[in-house]
Write a protein that binds this ligand. Structure first.
Ligand code: CDP
Ligand code: MG
Length: 141
């Protein structure tokens, strides 16, 4: 199996509810290593650019408004099969459909306010990591 890196975000809903620690504990518990992290607040422009792939979707503006509604915690995760592993521990996009024990089942409210983001493939992981982090801010180990 390959060692991969992926981008993870604790979204504003989970930050507001003081669940940063709970989310990060589940990520680390899944065997993922945090190699970079920061607490930031996105502008509308940044959130729109980050979710540009969804620009034509009906929920786009709602998503941008939500993602700019408060601080987010962004982190880079590293580990074997990290991209898929992170998606597994996140659970389904709709928390009501997420498997028990997953982050979204535990901390998500609905399909919009679903606690976390995670890259979905190697190319998006690379782009999304570079969106937030310089290589010098990552401590591989
Ligand atoms: O986050 P994930 O990759 O699981 O799902 P997505 O299909 O890439 O959608 C990105 C984000 O848009 C979701 O995590 C939700 O926050 C939001 N969304 C929404 O508000 N309403 C939908 N019907 C679908 C997604
Ligand atoms: Mg996605």
């Amino acid at each position: 199996m390959a060692i991969e890196r992926t981008l993870s975000i604790v979204k504003p809903d989970a930050v507001r509810k003081n669940h940063i620690g709970g989310v990060l504990a589940k990520l680390e518990g899944a065997g993922l290593t945090i190699i970079g992290a920061k607490l930031i607040k996105l502008s509308q422009e940044q959130a729109g650019a980050f979710y540009g792939v969804h620009r034509e979707r009906s929920f786009f503006q709602e998503l941008v408004d939500f993602m700019t509604s408060g601080p987010i915690m962004v982190q880079v995760l590293e580990g074997e099969n990290a991209i898929l592993r992170n998606r597994e521990v996140m659970g389904a996009t709709d928390p009501a459909k997420a498997e028990a024990g997953t982050i979204r089942a535990e901390y998500g409210a609905d399909i919009g306010e679903n606690a976390v983001h995670g890259s979905d493939a190697p190319d998006t992981a690379r782009t999304e990591i570079a969106f937030f982090f310089a290589e010098s801010e990552l401590q591989s180990r």
